[in-house]
Design a protein around this ligand. Structure first.
Ligand code: RFL
Ligand code: PHB
Length: 408
């Protein structure tokens, strides 16, 4: 059994700290893992390359699955989420200039919650610090060694310029798609599966009341658009654009004109426009590495897999991974047994591949591929009409969207 305590000793001018789990990355995956471990009585240290302000203001995801909301509440990070999160009982698919609602509540008995990822991150950081947990922000030069041994090390320079080493039983690579952990797996030990899409998303956050009550995914001749929200007076909107488009080429007028055209419904009032608070263009990619583990390094969240945002799955998958990892680590620390750790990757990958398929399917059904011929367009429309009219097909969309139960 490994000790839960940690001591500090000095080796020349390097501070060496012992912990049970060294967590690289304070995004949703790393932060939720730290909480799950602390609740089970295990200690961890979190390293984050960016500042606290940066991670708390990085605008990204917005849709939380039902199991994600439950887990955030269980770990004591759900108080503001329950108060300010917008619980939605469905979404709409918009095509042929009309809304077609998918009623999640009726089809699955579940709902989703619209609540910004940066708000989740703020709540998790505040709760972690309030409970006396450690987070090193602004770290630099993170290096891993000994991931094939029983005591891997993570060397880094902290925000104050002090060189440090963490000795841990396990390293959790929660450092996102561009992180440093995944490249430490030796070449040949990971298999990569990937797909790039011939379009990107231009996303804006605007100070304007949402024009619709629920998230709306629009398919049409001018391309895909998505209308979401963050609060009763902040709207989040996305447009399919070309991957090579630069944000400077999209003036405010052009963005609003295109959004209005793509999101128009017969008899609808159009969007409420307002100052654009944030804007950016994000590439769309599907990516998975197998296995999600090498020796004592466990990859979780975007460090191991990426989905295009159309299914709203990325953050939810990150949280699902670390729920599996925490359970496996508990078994290991409490009993020394490695069976759950050995099963970590296979167990996560079942959910990951379901989400990969769902996100790829939603993306293919809704976007306009450059050069798509009339045959493909007819297939998309046929699929959309089927999904909104067949109870079997809409239930399939609904159960994937609200989040399949953990372990299924
Ligand atoms: P993150 O959030 O990228 O966090 C990784 C953290 O690691 C830090 N880091 C390092 N720290 C220390 N040392 C290093 N060397 C480091 N290198 C990196 C980073 O600074 C960062 O803080 O990964 P995590 O935790 O796996 O979470 C994944 C989610 O962030 C991501 O999947 C979602 O944002 C994807 N996503 C969506 N997911 C949803 O579930 N629902 C949605 O509605 C949704 N919409 C979206 C999205 C992503 C989008 N973009 C911008 C790609 C909409 C968009 C537009
Ligand atoms: C969002 O609100 O940011 C959002 C909603 C649905 C998606 C992706 C992003 O599929």
């Amino acid at each position: 059994m490994l000790s839960g305590s940690y001591g500090v000793k000095h080796r020349t001018d390097v501070e060496v700290t012992r912990t049970q789990v060294a967590i690289v990355g304070a995004g949703p995956a790393g932060l939720v893992l730290a909480h799950l471990l602390a609740l089970r009585g295990f200690d961890s240290v979190l390293l984050e390359a960016r500042s606290r302000h940066h991670v708390e203001h990085r605008v990204r995801a917005g849709v939380l699955e039902h199991p994600t909301v439950q887990l955030l509440c269980e770990i004591g990070a759900g108080e503001r989420l329950r108060r300010e999160g917008l619980e939605h009982g469905g979404i709409s698919l918009r095509f042929d200039r009309a809304d077609h609602r998918i009623d999640f509540a009726a089809l699955t008995g579940r709902s989703i919650t619209v609540y910004g990822q940066q708000e989740v991150v703020k709540d998790l950081i505040a709760a972690r610090l309030a409970r006396g947990g450690e987070i090193f922000f602004d770290v630099d030069d993170v290096r891993l060694s000994g991931i094939d041994s029983d005591e891997p090390e993570v060397a880094f320079t902290d925000g104050g310029g002090v060189a440090r080493i963490l000795r841990a039983a396990v390293v959790a690579g929660c450092d996102g798609f561009h992180g440093v952990c995944r490249p430490y797996v030796p070449p040949g030990a990971l298999r990569v599966f990937e797909r790039d899409y011939p379009f990107a998303w231009l996303g804006i956050l605007a100070k304007a009341a949402p024009a619709q009550e629920e998230v709306a995914y629009a398919h049409g001749d001018r391309g895909f658009a998505l209308a979401s929200m963050r609060s009763p007076d902040v709207t989040r909107l996305y447009l399919q654009v070309a991957p090579e488009d630069a944000i400077d080429g999209w003036s405010d007028d052009r963005i609003w004109e295109e959004l209005n055209a793509r999101l128009a419904v017969d008899g609808g009032a159009g969007l409420n426009e307002g100052p654009i608070l944030e804007r950016g263009i994000a590439a769309m990619r599907s990516f998975v590495v197998e296995p999600m583990r090498h020796g004592r390094l466990f990859l979780a969240g975007d460090a191991a897999h990426i989905v295009p945002p159309t299914g709203a799955k990325g953050m939810n998958l990150a949280v699902a991974d670390v729920a599996v990892l925490a359970e496996a680590l508990e078994r290991f620390f409490a009993t020394g047994r490695t069976d759950l750790l050995d099963g970590y990757s296979d167990r996560c990958l079942r959910r990951v591949w379901r989400a990969e398929h769902f996100s790829w399917w939603m993306t293919s059904m809704l976007h306009l591929a450059p050069g798509a011929d009339p045959f493909e367009r007819r297939l998309q429309l046929s699929q959309l009409r089927y999904v909104v009219s067949s109870p079997a097909a809409s239930t399939s969309l609904a159960e994937n969207y609200v989040g399949l139960p953990y372990g299924s």
